[in-house]
Every structure is written in structure tokens, then in C-alpha cells.
Write a protein that binds this ligand. Structure first.
Ligand SMILES: NC(=O)C1=CN([C@@H]2O[C@H](COP(=O)(O)OP(=O)(O)OC[C@H]3O[C@@H](n4cnc5c(N)ncnc54)[C@H](OP(=O)(O)O)[C@@H]3O)[C@@H](O)[C@H]2O)C=CC1
Ligand SMILES: CC(=O)[C@@H](O)[C@H](O)COP(=O)(O)O
Ligand SMILES: [Mn+2]
Length: 383
């Protein structure tokens, strides 16, 4: 990484799991990066603490559109905050760590403005992968993944051309229900679903990991990031989350990237790529301590969200956006205690059955499909 003036980083979703991890990383890397913008949804108290500590030029509270509680003087308010933060002249890198499709416009705006987008918000690519890639091309922006599997794949591919890659194999922890029978899954509670075995993350992605919808989102994300066709992207269960993914090359050689399950390294690497820096605070790697490393086939029949998402990816058009929106809405209902765990894939299947053929192509068409999918889930499952 070249020395020089510190690069400006805007963090969208700074109060979440990835956002707070990023601030820990940036505190150690103050000679290389400075925080220029922070946004949150509703957590004004934590945002205020972060603003006091990092003194960014811009602070935005998205969920304060009415200008009521929370926002301090000088803060931006409402949904425009994300795009304002993402397009500031002093932001060289935009870390998008918002959860859900709400992060889409900020990604597009940052790429249009020629920024590097360090993308944790995988829903962006699932909803609008083609549009995002086209926007990066025309706007001169660059997309670098934060998601651990995709960071691993990026590091393994290391600039080799697409035709040298035979297969991507994404690892999945299997989540808290990896060994549960179908019968037992019917009785799984929210508390059970929030007990992720290896990663500490926000509630929505933790539920996605429990249903394997997260891995479906990640297969679609990998397709759009690396341009590999769906038939050459596979998933294997790896309960220890030490191997973050594999890349098989055409000569049969297989590379894997490994590390302790912490998001600090993928976040940092998305900022420094393709360079590597020292003094990261990442603990030493001890294969004996972390092992034995094991691998299993996915139980696709018991975790249907994975197959539904992969089929939506292959269908293309608006189908991935429908998959994502139905999942977001169903997870919100599950988090509210209004539906059961297995109602999540049922709701997704229902929405895809009605809307998988909806037109995509433009941002507006994709957002229409997103809204229609949420309506289907609310009307039919939000009892
Ligand atoms: N956590 C992890 O380890 C990983 C996460 N990811 C992905 O990163 C993204 C963030 O995940 P995570 O950090 O766990 O999520 P969290 O729920 O912990 O944090 C989400 C952040 O986004 C803000 N936010 C929520 N809704 C909105 C909205 N509608 N508009 C604007 N901002 C909003 C939240 O603000 P507030 O706090 O005020 O609600 C918070 O700052 C997700 O896409 C996830 O899939 C990917 C890999 C690993
Ligand atoms: C840390 C990270 O990248 C998560 O997306 C993780 O992959 C979730 O774990 P699962 O493998 O259980 O989905
Ligand atoms: Mn992941």
C-alpha cells in the first residue's frame, strides 16, 4: 500500500456488526485511513459516540426523516443520507455495511461517482447485479467484496483470468441447525436461530445463515462479482468456518484462503486490496488449535432456501430481487415472532411462484418486483 495522505472512508451502517468492526480496524490504521462519513438507521446514541470519537465531516441518521428524536444539529436525516455520504468528495472508499436492499442506491451512487465500494451489503448485488456491474463500468467505480467467502475467492483468484477458473466452492458453516432433523426444525425458535456457531453478526444475516438463505445470496453475489456461471459455483458445509472458500483452477489445482472466523481481516483487505498491511491485530493462525477441519454435503431438502435462491439466480431478471425481498420480509416477520423458521422458505417459494418472471433490467422494475414480493409475503404469511 503506497504511503501518502490517508484515504477517506465513508461507513454506511456504522452502528451495525460490520460497521463497528470496521471502526475498530480503522482506529488501528489511522495513518492510512480517516473516517469522513458515518450513517446509521435509528441508533442515534451510538452514532453520536462514534461521531465524537472519529470527527467525520458528515453524519447521517436515515430513520430520522421526520426530524424528531435523535439527530444532533448538523446531521443529515432521511433516506438521502446514504447517497449523500456515499458521494462526498472526500470519500475515496465507501464501506456499505447497511443491511438489506435499502443499501442499493448508495452502492449505485458511489460507483457512479468513481469510488471504491467495499461491499458487505450483499443484497445490493442480489437485487441488481447486472445494473451494479454496468454502473461500475460506466462510472469508473470499483467493487471489492467484504463478505468473507468472496474476500477469500478474490484473494485466491489473485487477478488470474476467468477462463482459468474451473469452479468456485463456497463454504457454509451450516448454521445452528446443521444437525437438526426436519421434525425438530419445525419447532426451532428465534432464540435457537440466533445462536450462530462460529460468527457474531447482525440478526438478519444470522437468521439467513440458519436457513441457508445467506448461502443462496452469496452464490448470486459470487456470480456477479467474479462472472462465473451458476453451474460452476458450489457450496460445501464446513462447520469450523476456517476455510473461507475454495477456487479450483482448470489445471485441477485448488486454492483456499483460511483464517480465524473474524470479519476484521476481510474488512481491512477490502480497504487495502490488492496490497497487504501489517499491524492488523489479527491473531496468529494455529491450524492445530483450529482443527480438525471437516466438510459435509449440504442437506438441500431440509434447507430449501438455498435451492430456491440458486434457481432464482439461474432464472435471472427480477427473480433474485424477488428472492431477496421475500426473504427480507419473511425474516422480519420471523424476528417479530409472527411466523416460524420454516415459514421463511415457504414464503420465498410462494413469492417466486407468483413473481419469478417479473421484468428486471432497470432499477425501477427491480424495485417494483421487490415491493410486489414483500406484499405477497405480508398478505399471505403476515397473519
Ligand atoms: N455481520 C457480519 O459479520 C457480516 C455481514 N455481512 C453483510 O453486511 C451487511 C450488514 O450486516 P450486519 O452488520 O450484520 O447488520 P447489522 O444489523 O448489525 O447492522 C446494519 C447497519 O445498517 C443500518 N441500517 C439498518 N437498516 C437500514 C436502512 N433501512 N437504511 C439505512 N441503514 C440501515 C443499521 O443502523 P441501526 O444500528 O441504527 O439500526 C446498522 O448500522 C448485511 O448485508 C450482511 O449480510 C456480510 C458478511 C458478514
Ligand atoms: C462472516 C460471513 O461472511 C457470513 O456471511 C458467514 O458466511 C455466515 O455464516 P454461514 O456460513 O453460516 O452462512
Ligand atoms: Mn459470508
Amino acid at each position: 500500500m503506497t504511503d501518502g495522505a490517508p484515504r477517506g472512508v465513508a461507513i454506511l451502517g456504522s452502528t451495525g456488526s460490520i460497521g463497528t468492526t470496521a471502526l475498530r480496524v480503522l482506529e488501528r490504521q489511522a495513518s492510512r485511513f480517516r473516517v469522513v462519513a458515518l450513517t446509521a438507521h435509528r441508533n442515534a446514541a451510538l452514532l453520536a459516540e462514534q461521531a465524537a470519537r472519529f470527527a467525520p465531516g458528515y453524519v447521517g441518521l436515515v430513520g430520522n426523516g421526520g426530524g424528531s428524536v435523535g439527530a444532533a444539529a448538523g446531521w443529515g436525516c432521511g433516506t438521502d443520507c446514504l447517497v449523500e455520504a456515499a458521494t462526498r468528495a472526500d470519500a475515496d472508499i465507501v464501506l456499505n455495511s447497511v443491511v438489506g436492499a435499502a443499501g442499493l442506491d448508495a452502492t449505485l451512487a458511489a460507483l457512479s461517482a468513481g469510488k471504491r465500494v467495499a461491499l458487505a451489503n450483499k443484497e445490493t448485488l442480489v437485487v441488481a447485479g447486472e445494473l451494479v456491474n454496468a454502473t461500475a463500468r460506466t462510472g469508473g467505480g470499483e467493487l471489492v467484496p467484504v463478505d468473507s467467502e468472496h474476500s477469500a475467492i478474490l484473494q485466491c483468484i489473485a487477478g488470474r483470468p476467468q477462463h482459468e477458473v474451473r469452479r468456485l466452492v463456497l463454504t457454509a458453516s451450516g448454521g445452528p441447525f446443521r444437525t437438526w432433523s426436519r421434525e425438530r426444525l419445525e419447532r426451532a425458535t428465534l432464540a435457537d436461530a440466533l445462536q450462530h456457531p462460529t460468527w457474531s453478526m447482525g440478526r438478519k444475516i444470522t437468521v439467513d445463515s440458519a436457513t441457508l438463505a445467506n448461502k443462496a445470496l452469496e452464490v448470486i453475489e459470487a456470480h456477479f462479482l467474479f462472472g462465473i456461471p451458476y453451474e460452476r459455483i458450489e457450496v460445501v458445509v464446513h462447520p469450523q468456518s476456517v476455510v473461507h472458500s475454495f477456487v479450483e483452477f482448470v489445471d485441477g489445482s485448488v486454492l483456499a484462503q483460511m483464517g480465524v472466523p473474524s470479519m476484521e481481516l476481510p474488512v481491512l483487505y477490502a480497504l487495502t486490496h490488492p496490497d497487504r498491511v501489517s499491524d492488523t491485530g489479527v491473531p496468529p493462525f494455529d491450524p492445530v488449535e483450529l482443527g480438525p477441519l471437516t466438510f459435509e454435503r449440504v442437506r438441500g431438502d431440509d434447507f430449501p432456501a438455498l435451492g430456491l435462491g440458486m434457481a432464482a439466480g439461474r432464472t435471472g431478471g427480477a427473480a433474485p430481487a424477488v428472492f431477496n425481498a421475500a426473504n427480507e420480509q419473511a425474516v422480519a416477520l420471523f424476528l417479530d415472532g409472527r411466523i416460524g423458521l420454516l415459514d421463511i422458505p415457504r414464503a420465498i417459494e410462494d413469492a417466486l411462484g407468483r413473481l419469478a418472471g417479473a421484468p428486471g433490467g432497470t432499477r425501477e422494475a427491480l424495485l417494483d418486483a421487490d415491493a410486489a414480493a414483500r406484499r405477497v409475503v405480508l398478505e399471505r404469511h403476515g397473519r
